[in-house]
Design a protein around this ligand. Structure first.
Ligand code: PGA
Length: 257
């Protein structure tokens, strides 16, 4: 199996169109030499089309931060997978813990969004992860198992080839507390096992499982060096072109080793 590492930047609620163009340009210019690591940036919906005009012919792919599951209709304020696809985006983050925390996301709505994204030809980056309370109760494995089973219920092995999974312990997001490489590796191995059981070894061996939660230039290499950590979903550190680029450089270095 070829080792893959994919670094995605989740811009969250940051950047006007002008600011987004500037950041996308800097990321593009600073990473022209990157050959092996995958790079994805996920600006807000409003900036997708403009950012696409910057990155369309380079090694930086574009993603959205959410999708709604209906194709069209009276759903004021929502954005369909087809609309996102039409901007040139290829990926969509689905089920981020902030969507669970503030916007009523459930395992079931995650599943609907994944199906809608796949149908429109988008590749979902599906987030799972336990809260601090769940970790302290020692139920991380149960929680992640439930989330994985719920998210991918009814999915075919073929469809799973277009999926990226991001393991993001909620207690590590935006807190500066990173899971140790061993803590992360343990859950990544569990996720790969679950995928293998449900969809077979070939899917499990090839699926990209990213880690997310306070990934920074100084911890990227040790996290990405773990056997089952195939990338990072980066929040805070992706808003600065230099720190995002340093994380990508750590991935490229590991791939060239
Ligand atoms: P963080 O966010 O890197 O700021 O912790 C990660 C994420 O929420 O995807």
């Amino acid at each position: 199996m070829n080792r893959k590492i994919v670094i995605a930047g989740n811009w969250k609620l940051h950047k006007t169109n002008q600011e987004a163009l500037q950041l996308a340009n800097q990321i593009k210019i600073k990473n022209t030499h990157i050959k092996k690591a995958g790079i994805i940036i996920c600006p807000p919906f409003t900036a997708l089309s403009e950012v696409h005009s910057v990155v369309k012919d380079c090694n930086v792919a574009l993603g959205a931060q959410n999708v709604y599951w209906e194709k069209q209709g009276a759903f004021t304020g929502e954005i369909s997978a087809g609309m996102i696809k039409s901007t040139g985006a290829v990926y969509a983050i689905i089920g981020h813990s902030e969507r669970h925390q503030y916007f009523g996301e459930t395992d079931e709505t995650v599943n609907k969004r994944i199906n809608a994204a796949l149908e429109a030809g988008l590749k979902p980056i599906v987030c799972v992860g336990e809260t601090l309370e769940e970790r302290e109760k020692n139920i991380t494995a149960q929680v992640v198992t439930r989330q994985i089973k719920g998210a991918f219920a009814g999915m075919s092995a073929d469809a799973m080839k277009n999926i990226i999974i991001a393991y993001e312990p909620v207690w590590a997001i935006g807190t500066g507390k990173t899971a140790t490489p061993d803590q992360a590796q343990e859950v990544h191995a569990l996720i790969r096992q679950l995928i293998s059981k449900e969809f077979g070894n070939a899917v499990a061996d090839n699926i990209v499982i990213q880690y997310g939660g306070s990934v920074k230039p100084d911890n990227a290499e040790s996290l990405l060096g773990q056997k089952d950590i195939d990338g990072a979903l980066v929040g805070g550190a992706c808003l600065d072109a230099d720190s995002f680029t340093a994380i990508i450089a750590a991935a490229e270095k590991l791939l060239q080793a």
